[in-house]
Design a protein around this ligand. Structure first.
Ligand code: SF4
Length: 255
C-alpha cells in the first residue's frame, strides 16, 4: 500500500492529495463509527505510534508533486491520522517540499493532547469531527475506545480552535440517530466558532441510511449565522488520480 494517493475529488477540499500516515491494510482508529465506510474497527486504540517512515513520506510526496498539482495535501487514510506520533516530522517534511496548503481530517479525540496541538498549529486546515452533543449519543454513534469521552473530546476541539490560526472546520455527519439533536449541535458549533460547518450524511455505502437532501437542507437552517457547506450542494472537482489501482483499493475512503 502506498502512503500517498489521489488526488481525490473532495466536496470540501477540492483536489486533495491524500497522505496516509497509518497506511495499514486494516483501519486503525480511536473510534468505531456506525457509519464508517472502512467497516468495523478491529484495531481500536488511542495509543500513538509511528506507522510509516518519514523518508518514505518525503519520497512519495516529492514524486507525486512532480506529476500533479493538488489544491491541498490532506492527512487522511486508513484510520485516524493523529494516531501517527511522527505527524510533526511529516508536516515539517511536506512544508519543506511545497507551499501547497496542508489539511487534516480528524475525529477530534486526541485534540486535547498538547503534544499534538503544537504540530497541528503549523498546518493550514483542520477538519474536526463532532457528531454527538452528549456522552450517550457519542457512545452510540462514534463508539470510542476506552478512556475517550465526549467532554474531553469537546474540550480538545475548543482548545485547538482557540489556538489555531488557519481554517478550522467542523464536520458533522447527520443520520437518523442524531437528526433530532440538531439544535444542540448547532449550539455547540456556535460555542466553538469554526470558520466553516460541513453538513454531511453517509452517501457512500455503509450500514447507515443517509438523510435526504430535504432533511439536510432543514438541518443547515439551524446553523444560521455560521458559514456552512452541505454535501448535497458541493460539487466535486474533476481529478486525474496518479495511481487508479491504489484509489480502487481505497475506494471507500472519504477524502
Ligand atoms: S469514520 Fe473515521 S473516525 Fe469513524 S471509525 Fe471510520 S475512520 Fe474512524
Amino acid at each position: 500500500m502506498k502512503i500517498v494517493y489521489g488526488p481525490v475529488a473532495s466536496w470540501r477540499l477540492g483536489k486533495s492529495l491524500g497522505v496516509d500516515l497509518i497506511c495499514s491494510a486494516e483501519k486503525i482508529c480511536s473510534f468505531d463509527c456506525i457509519y464508517c465506510q472502512l467497516e468495523k474497527t478491529k484495531k481500536i486504540t488511542s495509543k500513538r505510534e509511528a506507522f510509516v517512515s518519514i523518508r518514505k513520506v518525503e519520497e512519495e510526496v516529492e514524486n507525486a508533486l512532480e506529476r500533479t498539482t493538488p489544491d491541498v495535501i490532506t492527512f487522511s487514510g486508513m484510520g485516524e491520522p493523529t494516531l501517527a506520533v511522527n505527524i510533526d516530522d511529516a508536516i515539517k517534511t511536506i512544508k519543506e517540499l511545497t507551499n501547497i496548503p496542508i489539511a487534516i481530517l480528524t475525529n477530534s479525540t486526541l485534540l486535547n493532547d498538547k503534544k499534538l496541538q503544537e504540530p497541528l498549529k503549523k498546518i493550514d486546515i483542520i477538519v474536526a469531527k463532532l457528531d454527538a452533543p452528549n456522552e450517550e449519543l457519542f457512545q452510540k454513534i462514534n463508539r470510542p475506545t476506552k478512556g475517550i469521552t465526549f467532554e474531553e473530546t469537546l474540550k480538545g476541539i475548543k482548545d485547538m480552535r482557540q489556538q489555531f490560526n488557519g481554517k478550522f472546520a467542523l464536520q458533522i455527519m447527520f443520520m437518523n440517530e442524531n437528526k433530532n439533536y440538531v439544535h444542540k449541535l448547532a449550539e455547540l458549533a456556535q460555542e466553538i466558532k469554526p470558520d466553516e460547518v460541513q453538513i454531511n450524511t453517509p452517501l457512500r455505502p455503509c450500514a447507515v441510511k443517509p438523510l435526504t437532501k430535504g432533511e439536510l437542507d432543514e438541518i443547515e437552517k439551524a446553523f444560521t449565522g455560521l458559514n456552512t457547506i452541505s454535501v448535497y450542494h458541493s460539487p466535486k472537482p474533476m481529478t486525474d488520480p496518479l495511481d487508479k489501482l491504489e484509489l480502487i483499493k481505497r475506494r471507500r475512503m472519504e477524502p
